[in-house]
Design a protein. Structure first.
Length: 302
């Protein structure tokens, strides 16, 4: 049996896989023997790749996302696809709030300035977060956790999703453009994929306006990066904080020149607790597959 790892994974977790399954190989030296693939939503797995692995039985998403896995092709080939929903929701929500606060209060810029001896020159007023309007695009489990945290800052929360949620007390807005227009902070917590590609474009950014901030902990593809950089350069929005960006890890050269843009390296879901839970979910499904037992969190075509 060969286990094919397509993504970066912390060394202790790789070592744990090798310890549990000594015969597992983490390189596709013998494609005909690969039974299990470990990937994630960003890396995905295409129909062509599946065809190159004739013995493939299971595709494990290391995390909740699965937008770039061809579920239809997997189903047609009798390949099971699993993921790990919910294991890092709270950590992502924490990071989203940290990005919003850091952008509003310009913390990275002020840190650099003070360390460079520019204390007095940067004691200007910065926007508050408490009492402001937060628009959340995507009201799944992560969006709901962000909203709960925002309530602690006395923020006025509204949201946009494919459908309103009757179990959610926050105001539903049926159009992203309208939500941006009514928000001081626009938070992206929606799925990636073709349906949300460049959902945030020039028009949405203009609706957010020169006092507005954008935060993205969803997928880089949700934001038109060229339009965002132009909006920041022209001060048509006040700032942006992104944990994800199109074509990551590469970033546009202009991004490095913008003090109003904060970037983190797609780590919103990474905490020791979240990573261990994610790894435990992976181990469970690998073991269940090899032992012919029921799998958890199996993905099917909706």
């Amino acid at each position: 049996m060969e286990l094919l790892l397509l993504i970066e994974m912390a060394a202790p977790f790789v070592a744990d896989l090798q310890l549990r399954w000594p015969l597992a190989r983490l390189t596709p030296q013998h494609a005909d023997a690969v039974r299990i693939v470990i990937t994630n939503g960003s890396t995905g797995l295409s129909a062509q790749q599946m065809d190159a692995l004739p013995a493939l039985q299971l595709v494990c998403c290391y995390g909740a996302g699965y937008e770039n896995i061809d579920l239809q092709a997997a189903q047609q080939r009798g390949i099971t696809v699993t993921h790990a929903p919910g294991v890092n929701n709270a950590t992502v929500a924490d990071h989203a709030m940290a990005l919003m606060l850091s952008s509003a209060r310009a913390l990275p810029l002020l840190d650099r300035a003070v360390k460079a001896g520019q204390w007095l020159g940067h004691r200007t007023a910065r926007p508050a977060v408490h009492g402001k309007r937060l628009g959340i695009v995507g009201m799944g489990n992560i969006g709901a956790l962000i909203a709960r945290r925002a309530a602690g800052f006395d923020m006025e929360v509204a949201y946009h999703a494919r459908h309103p949620r009757p179990d959610i007390a926050y105001r539903y807005v049926g159009d992203v453009l309208e939500l941006a227009r009514d928000s001081d902070y626009l938070m992206l917590a929606c799925p990636g994929g073709p349906a949300t590609r460049h959902l945030v474009n020039k028009e949405v950014l203009d609706a957010l306006g020169p006092q507005g901030f954008l935060v993205n902990i969803a997928r880089g593809s949700v934001v038109d990066t060229t339009a965002l950089i132009e909006a920041l350069q022209q001060k048509r929005i006040a700032g942006a904080a992104l944990d994800v960006i199109e074509n990551e890890p590469a970033i546009p050269p202009e991004a490095a020149q913008l003090d109003t843009l904060i970037l983190t390296p797609h780590i919103s879901g990474r905490s020791p607790e979240a990573q261990q839970a994610q790894h435990d979910a992976l181990l469970y499904n690998i073991r269940a597959c090899l032992e012919g037992q029921p799998l958890r969190h199996v993905l099917t075509l909706s």
